[in-house]
Write a protein that binds this ligand. Structure first.
Ligand SMILES: [Zn+2]
Length: 537
């Protein structure tokens, strides 16, 4: 008996000295590592939150022993997805408001508000999205039922277009308005001489909306995290945050409530933020990266706020405009260039792109490794494309398929050739970072994948795809959502691919997004999302 025990101990000693200890081994997978040669592997091993080995099932099982082995059942695995431009915090705050889009009656609006309040217990209920034109009775609602349901909690919910607000008596009491209040540029709607609770335009300004409480901010971040994990996102680039929010994120990450990795672009629209963060220097933890400023160059194309070099095609003598005087961008760029920070500027119109490219180039000389970014790079003049040789384009493919219905009306056929020109931008810089701009677009990154590679929307429009000369390959698209997005954040050494030494962030998908028929890409769903090897969804 003693002999047998001895033999066994020797046997285990041999095994344990031959095998390295891992925390988790994943086998039987179809893993796209997104390494330099875009290799696929069957298996990988994780220890202390990082990848320690990749290879065939045999290689990994031979080399490592782990307490936990995950059988991926031949499912496709990709590196944790990165959204290179989104509004994570704003999306979370939206979850704290009641959404009334698509409601078919006033009763349905009331039901939704009651259900929302049951879950959220808000001290002041806000939200928007109702549209009386969608109801059987196409008239503005009146507040009696709302008062009965919420006698003490103020309620103020906006119409879908944001030009009308339905409020209850509790909200009116806080505002101080009466049926006799005079409003210029707006209206207090009365019925039989009494207030109905509907306020139009300037009358809405009387309502005293509460500022975001800390509790709401925290809940917003946690809700945004939950939604993002369900789509396989493991890093989000939040395009414009204030100091208070960044510090809140940092504290929630330190207590492990927030596990999402966040590249927080500091809102550079305030001089106070610029001075504070430049003086403080880069902030970098495993979960937080503060090393860039987000600046607004111009407005949006839909509302004709994007700055164009020549007039809009559908409004004569209208050019949109830069947000600040042109010189201000030079001042900001100079200040940032003297620090280690990146400058990430929102530029939609061709004029905004021209000006920002010129401004960047003046202060950076030809230093490509500063990785300064143009966010959106939506409409670019033909002669400006080569200026992206050392300026990083950060684009949102779903903007192309959302805007394609009306973009040509705004800018005409000729300028459309340089619009949503993702392939051309990629060719110039050699990399492109992909995002969504959620909540402007949907969070779902597989819609980005679809818009980039098929250039259609989910209605399968247009037949043959939109401006197909700018289609990206699936490999380019996956890189844009992983390793190139990581590069855009100065994070390519620690994430963006499944390689030894990097954070064990990865996603198990329901189908092989690299090979499935194009039309089926939007049906991609996430089976599991992992951060540091830990399952978070
Ligand atoms: Zn944005």
């Amino acid at each position: 008996m003693k002999k047998i025990i001895l033999l066994f101990s020797v046997f285990f000693a041999i095994i344990s000295c031959k095998q390295e200890a891992a925390d988790v081994i994943v086998i039987n997978s179809n893993t796209y590592t997104v390494n330099d040669s875009f290799d696929k592997v069957e298996a990988f091993a994780i220890k202390d939150g990082k990848f320690i080995g990749t290879g065939t099932n045999q290689e990994i099982l031979k080399k490592y022993s782990a307490l936990k082995t995950v059988d991926a059942k031949n499912k496709t695995i990709v590196p944790g997805l990165i959204d290179a431009h989104c509004h994570f915090y704003r999306m979370g705050l939206q979850q704290q408001k009641v959404s009334l889009e698509g409601t078919k009656s006033y009763d349905e609006v009331l039901r939704k508000i009651v259900a929302f309040q049951k879950e959220k217990k808000a001290p002041f209920i806000t939200g928007r999205g109702w549209d009386q034109n969608d109801w059987a009775l196409k008239e503005f609602p009146t507040k009696e039922k709302l008062d009965a349901l919420f006698p003490t909690i103020p309620v103020a919910v906006g119409r879908v277009d944001g030009h009308a607000l339905l409020v209850n008596q509790a909200a009116i009491d806080l505002s101080g308005i009466t049926k006799n209040t005079q409003v210029s540029g707006g209206e207090i709607i009365l019925k039989d001489g009494e207030m109905t609770g509907v306020l139009i335009d300037a009358a809405m300004d009387f309502i005293k909306f509460p500022s975001t409480s800390k509790k709401e901010a925290i809940q917003g971040l946690l809700d945004a995290q939950k939604i993002s994990f369900s789509y396989g996102l493991t890093t989000v680039d939040d395009a414009g945050l204030g100091r208070q929010t960044i510090e809140l994120i940092d504290s929630l990450q330190q207590t492990n409530d927030l596990k999402m990795r966040i590249y927080a672009m500091v809102s550079g629209d305030s001089q106070e933020n610029l001075d504070y963060y430049i003086q403080k220097g880069i902030i970098k933890t495993a979960l937080l990266n503060v090393r860039s400023f987000k600046v607004y160059g111009d407005g949006a194309l839909g509302s004709r706020g994007a700055a164009m070099r020549t007039s809009y095609s559908d409004r004569t003598n209208h050019f949109g405009a830069l947000i600040y005087p042109a010189k201000r961008y030079q001042e900001i760029a100079k200040q940032i260039a003297a620090s280690d920070y990146q400058m990430n500027t929102h530029a939609i119109g061709d004029s905004a792109n021209t000006w920002m490219l010129k401004t960047y180039k003046e202060v950076l000389a030809n230093n490509k490794n500063r990785r300064w970014r143009i966010e959106h790079a939506q409409i670019v003049s033909p002669e400006d494309f080569t200026n992206f040789d050392n300026i990083l384009p950060s684009v949102q493919p779903t903007h192309a398929t959302s805007d394609m219905y009306w973009a040509e009306d705004r800018i005409g056929e000729k300028r459309m050739k340089g619009a949503y020109a993702f392939k051309e931008l990629l060719n110039q810089y050699g990399k492109i970072a992909l995002g969504t701009d959620f909540p402007v677009e949907q969070v779902n990154p597989f819609l980005t994948f679809y818009a980039a590679t098929v250039r259609k929307d989910i209605r399968n429009f247009p037949e043959g795809g939109f401006q197909m000369e700018n289609v990206l390959t699936r490999e380019e698209t996956l890189k844009g959502m992983t390793i190139w997005a990581a590069y855009a954040n100065f994070e390519e050494q620690e994430k963006g691919s499944i390689e030894v030494g990097k954070f064990a962030d990865f996603v198990i998908l329901n189908q092989n997004i690299m090979e499935v028929e194009g039309a089926k890409i939007p049906k991609t769903t996430v089976i599991g999302t992992f951060i540091n090897g830990e399952k978070v969804y």
